[in-house]
Each structure stands twice: as structure tokens, then as C-alpha cells.
Design a protein around this ligand. Structure first.
Ligand code: C5P
Length: 231
């Protein structure tokens, strides 16, 4: 690929497999990976650590930004850029129930969106990167070389999420509950989620993860070849 850092943007609804797919695509292309959702989660966790009510409706944008700027740092690992809180990785906390229930409200704060977007643009200036989120191909990287809008049937997204967390086959009742949670989070995130007009829609309901990754890598290689040919 060219010397200028390349951006591949993978967006889509919650639990569509964006982050795991993005990580794998990045590995195949020798790029780094950055998950914007993890940075929204880190800002939320930082505000939770600052104390007081565990209710995002009671938080002000200034409080969230203050906690995020003081406590969150984006750290370059071998394969990805990830947020640390108070100088340490906090993956379990970021995926926990408290953060998950507050993060959509935090992500609707305009100042927080600007801060997350600055973090994403600053890491993308340093390395070719696969980014994932809801608005990477629209608001943050409108010039991304490849844009993917990753979707899957909600029932299948819920089933995959539960297999990952429970490490066993979930029952239909469990999947139904998770489906209900997912569609409600999608509704809360609708305002900040958008498919770019030039994004490739990839429906993964009937694809294995390897097949999804193969398709995105093939698209990235096609674009690189086309860009090289056009000088
Ligand atoms: O992808 P993930 O579920 O980890 O994202 C957590 C939350 O961050 C989402 O529910 C959404 O509210 C917010 N988000 C966003 N814009 C992005 C990425 C995530 O609003 N680009």
C-alpha cells in the first residue's frame, strides 16, 4: 500500500462483529486497529470512577470531558491503539454492565464526540489503520480508502454475542432477551450511526468470520491496486 497512512472504516450496529473483524483485517494487512466504541466506553468509565450517581442522565458534558481528559490515554500496542484508564488497561471494566448502560448517553454529548474524533484522527495520522464504530466512514474519516457497513440479523447478532460471553450455546429465551437489549441500544445509537453513501454493505448473517475478513481484505487490495494505477 502507499506510504501515506491508509484508513479502512468498518461501521455498523452493536454486536455486528465490527471489532473482531476489524482486528483480523488489520492483522492480515499489517495495519493497526482502533475501536472508537472503546474510547466512548473509556470516557464513560472515567466519569464513573470520578464518583457520584451511576446515572448518565445526571452527568454534564463538562464532567465527562474533564474525567476523560484526566484519566484516559490512548496507548499504541503492537497491533492496536487502546484506551488505558488511570495508566492501566481496563478491558473488563469497559465491557461491564455499568459502562454499557451509560455509554449511549455519553456518546450523544457533542463535546465528547469531538474529543473521541480527535483521538481517532491523531492515531490515524501515525499508522495505516482499520477503525471501527458507528460514524467512522461519515463524520470522522470521510476520505477513508475503504468503507464497510457491517450488518447482521439481530437474532444472529444476539446469539453470537451470547456464545462469546457464556461460552456455550444459549437458549432461545436467552437469545430473545439479548435481541431485545440489542435493538434498544441500536435505537438509542441511531442518531450517531450512519452508513456512508460510498460504503459497501456487508451482511454477515450467513457468513463465517473468515469469509467476512476475506471480503474486506479483497476490497482493500482492489482499492490499493486501483490507487497505485492512477498514481
Ligand atoms: O461498539 P460499542 O458497542 O463498544 O460502542 C459503545 C457505544 O459507543 C455505542 O453504543 C455508541 O453509543 C457509542 N459509539 C458511538 N460512535 C462510535 C462508536 C461507538 O456513538 N463511532
Amino acid at each position: 500500500m502507499s506510504a501515506k497512512p491508509v484508513v479502512i472504516a468498518i461501521d455498523g450496529p452493536s454486536a455486528s462483529g465490527k471489532s473482531s473483524t476489524a482486528q483480523w483485517v488489520a492483522e492480515r494487512l499489517g495495519f493497526k486497529h482502533a475501536d472508537s466504541g472503546a474510547i466512548y466506553r473509556a470516557a464513560t468509565a472515567a466519569r464513573l470512577r470520578a464518583g457520584g450517581a451511576k446515572d448518565a442522565a445526571k452527568w454534564t458534558e463538562a464532567e465527562v470531558l474533564d474525567a476523560a481528559k484526566k484519566r484516559v490515554r490512548i496507548v499504541a500496542g503492537e497491533r492496536s491503539f487502546t484506551p488505558e484508564i488511570d495508566g492501566k488497561p481496563a478491558e473488563d471494566e469497559l465491557r461491564g454492565a455499568d459502562v454499557t448502560s451509560c455509554v449511549s448517553a455519553v456518546a450523544r454529548m457533542e463535546g465528547v464526540r469531538q474529543w473521541v474524533n480527535e483521538q481517532m484522527r491523531s492515531v490515524a495520522a501515525r499508522a495505516s489503520i482499520v477503525v471501527d464504530g458507528r460514524d467512522m466512514g461519515t463524520a470522522v474519516f470521510p476520505d477513508a480508502a475503504v468503507k464497510i457497513w457491517l450488518v447482521a440479523d439481530p437474532w444472529e447478532r444476539a446469539r453470537r454475542r451470547l456464545v462469546q460471553t457464556l461460552k456455550r450455546a444459549p437458549t432461545d429465551e436467552e437469545i430473545a432477551e439479548e435481541t431485545d437489549r440489542l435493538v434498544h441500544r441500536d435505537a438509542k445509537d441511531a442518531k450517531q450511526s450512519a452508513q456512508a453513501p460510498d460504503a459497501v454493505l456487508l451482511d454477515t448473517t450467513y457468513l463465517t468470520q473468515e469469509e467476512q475478513v476475506d471480503r474486506i481484505v479483497a476490497l482493500a487490495r482492489t482499492v490499493a491496486t486501483r490507487d497505485a494505477a492512477s498514481g
